[in-house]
Structure formats: structure tokens, C-alpha cells
Write a protein that binds this ligand. Structure first.
Ligand code: FE2
Length: 362
């Protein structure tokens, strides 16, 4: 790929630091249909933390808790609550990628290191991103084990509700910092800006935000970056920053090939979604034209629809995944459209604000 300054093959895994990885693994399994596939902890020779690798489609969530109080993972969880600590990217050559990233202005967190077991070799390194988030670079073409040295396969049957792929990972950063991080992904990774939304696009009567979407040249990684903007009331982004105590990942958007079926299964499993007012569906046929889904199904489940020149897309947002109103999932089905749901911002933000108001933060 020409002009690909720092080639990224894709997102390898997303690591969440959580208060209790064992219990969190039940939520992502029984709620969201992820299969626990690998485990590391004291039984596998790792003394200070446990990790559960959860898989569905090609999405890998790594849930990690520390076992001791004075530990970077414990400090992360005290400050931020449960959240995304690492958006790890698969690369061809870790040594080269790390050196090049630093040369282009990134801050190193972990110099390249080699991990080995009977199944082969993995190379990893890490750089700093927004807040306490990091990007691990991982090179695994010489490894045939379940995930990484120190991990053992987790017994059990496969779960799935049809989640396939990480479509995008969204950062919330402090007011005035969006362009700093846009430049960071531009300068360090050679990403380009796909689209931008200003506070006139993304505002309701009450709260506002600005957003720019950065993408790598091969299109395997998309990172929207949000910052709060001034409105009559507190922006949803500011509410996140207040609870998370700084910048961090706001949501993972996960694609499915049958959003209606997936959302119906998730609702049965007890997953809670944001509600959409009935009035949204009255206006829908006029706004998006012909679609193959039944409006009644979309209305019953609360699924949103948007379209652009290339086609349409279906999307829905979960309620927060932990007690703090911070990280959530978006579920998305693209039917040609490359949009980020601009036509839904108003309906969506009104439902987010309704939740914010319940928490006394609007
Ligand atoms: Fe999104």
C-alpha cells in the first residue's frame, strides 16, 4: 500500500483492565456471546494478574485484573474504573514499527521484547496513546499457540450472537485536544482524516461535541476522536471525561451481518440498549427510502438507520458496560454505507441525554 507510513494489518486484540476479570468474563460470555478461549494467571506461571481472552468472529477482548494492590492495573482501575487499556495492532515487524513510531514522535511504553514457548515466538512493543491508553504492536507470524506464551486454552463450547469484527474504536479526549490527537495519528501512523463533524452537526438543544474520524491507508483501522463542545448543558463527552478521569475509549463499534437477529438475541440475554423515540420511526421511510428490514422490527428493537450515496447502515448503542457511564458498545451493520450515522446524531444524543439526566448530569 503506497503512502502507508506505518503498515497496520488490523486490530489484534482490545485489552480491558477490570476489577474482577473472572466475573467480567461471565458478562461478556452470557451477555454478549463471547467465548472464553484462553486464560493466563498463577496456574500458567503468571503471578500478579489474570487474563481471560474472549473471542467472537475475529474480535478478541482480553479481560485483565491484577492480583495485588500495588500494581499499574490496580491503579488504572482505581482511577478509571473498568475500561480499555490497550488497542493492540498486528504488524509485520515489531522492531521496525516501534523504532519508526518513535522516530515519528510517539512515546515509548515498552521496548520490543520476545516471548517464547513450545508453540513459537511472539514479539511485542507498546507506545502511549490518549490518556492512559496504549497501543501494543504485536508480531505473531512465528506463533501457532492459542494466543501468547503464558496462555492455556479455556475449555467449553463456542458461544456467538453473530458479532464479527471491530468496525471502529472511538476516543473521547479533553476539550481542545481533538486536533492534537488527529495530528498524532496523522504524523505517527500516516492515518488520514475520513470525515469530520463539528458542533453544528452534532448538537441537540442541550449538549454538543466535535469529532474527526482517522483511518489507516488500507482501511483496516478507523479511530474517530471526539471532544466536548460548549452547549447549554454538560456534553455527554464531558460526562465521560469526568467519570473516567481523563481521555479514553468511549466505544467499540462491532459489526454483524444480521443486526436485527443479533440485537434480538442480545436483548433476550439481558443486554440493555438505548431507547429510540417512536417518532423516529414515523419519519424513517421518508428519510432513508427503501430498506430490506421491517420498520416494525427496527422500532421494537430500537435500531437506527442512516444512509449515504453508497448505501445504508443500521446501528444501535448499548447502555454503559460498567457502573461508571463510560465505555459502551455500538453494534453496526453496513449495507454499502461508510457513514458514521450523522443522520442519527440527533435521535441518538437525545436518548443519551435522557440517560444523563437520570444520573443528574445534564
Ligand atoms: Fe461509532
Amino acid at each position: 500500500m503506497k503512502n502507508d507510513a506505518l503498515p497496520i494489518e488490523g486490530i489484534d486484540y482490545v485489552e480491558l483492565y477490570v476489577g474482577n476479570a473472572k466475573q467480567a468474563s461471565y458478562f461478556y460470555k452470557n451477555g454478549f456471546g463471547f467465548t472464553p478461549v484462553a486464560y493466563s494467571g498463577p496456574e500458567t506461571g503468571v503471578k500478579d494478574k489474570t487474563s481471560y481472552l474472549m473471542q467472537q468472529g475475529d474480535i478478541r477482548l482480553l479481560l485483565t485484573s491484577s492480583l495485588v494492590p500495588d500494581h499499574p492495573i490496580s491503579r488504572y482501575v482505581i482511577t478509571h474504573g473498568d475500561g480499555v487499556a490497550d488497542v493492540a495492532m498486528r504488524v509485520k515487524d515489531v522492531d521496525w514499527t516501534y523504532k519508526e513510531a518513535l522516530r515519528r514522535g510517539a512515546k515509548g511504553i515498552q521496548a520490543p521484547k520476545i516471548l517464547k514457548d513450545d508453540h513459537g515466538t511472539i514479539r511485542g512493543a507498546a507506545i502511549a496513546a490518549y490518556g492512559d491508553t496504549v497501543h501494543t504492536f504485536i508480531e505473531r507470524h512465528d506463533y501457532r499457540g492459542i494466543f501468547a506464551p503464558g496462555y492455556t486454552p479455556f475449555p467449553g463450547k463456542e458461544e456467538s450472537v453473530g458479532l464479527k469484527h471491530v468496525d471502529h474504536v472511538v476516543a473521547n479526549v479533553e476539550e481542545g485536544k481533538m486536533d492534537y490527537w488527529v495530528e498524532f495519528y496523522g504524523n505517527v501512523f500516516g492515518f488520514t482524516q475520513l470525515i469530520s463533524f463539528d458542533d453544528k452537526d452534532i448538537s441537540t438543544e442541550y449538549s454538543a461535541l466535535r469529532s474527526k474520524v482517522m483511518r489507516n491507508p488500507s482501511g483496516t483501522v478507523k479511530f474517530p476522536i471526539n471532544e466536548p463542545a460548549a452547549g447549554k448543558r454538560k456534553s455527554q463527552i464531558q460526562e465521560y471525561l469526568d467519570y473516567f478521569k481523563g481521555a479514553g475509549v468511549q466505544h467499540l463499534a462491532i459489526s454483524t451481518e444480521d443486526l436485527v437477529g443479533t440485537v434480538a438475541r442480545l436483548a433476550e440475554r439481558g443486554i440493555e440498549f438505548l431507547r429510540t423515540p417512536d417518532s423516529y420511526y414515523a419519519e424513517l421511510p421518508k428519510r432513508v427510502g427503501g430498506i430490506s428490514e421491517r420498520i416494525d422490527d427496527l422500532k421494537r428493537l430500537g435500531i437506527l438507520v442512516d444512509k449515504d450515496e453508497k448505501g445504508y447502515m443500521l446501528q444501535i448503542f448499548t447502555k454503559p458496560l460498567q457502573d461508571r457511564p463510560t465505555l459502551f458498545f455500538e453494534l453496526i451493520q453496513r449495507k454499502g454505507s461508510e457513514s458514521f450515522g450523522k443522520g442519527n446524531f440527533k435521535a441518538l444524543f437525545q436518548s443519551i441525554e435522557a440517560e444523563q439526566a437520570k444520573r443528574g448530569n445534564l
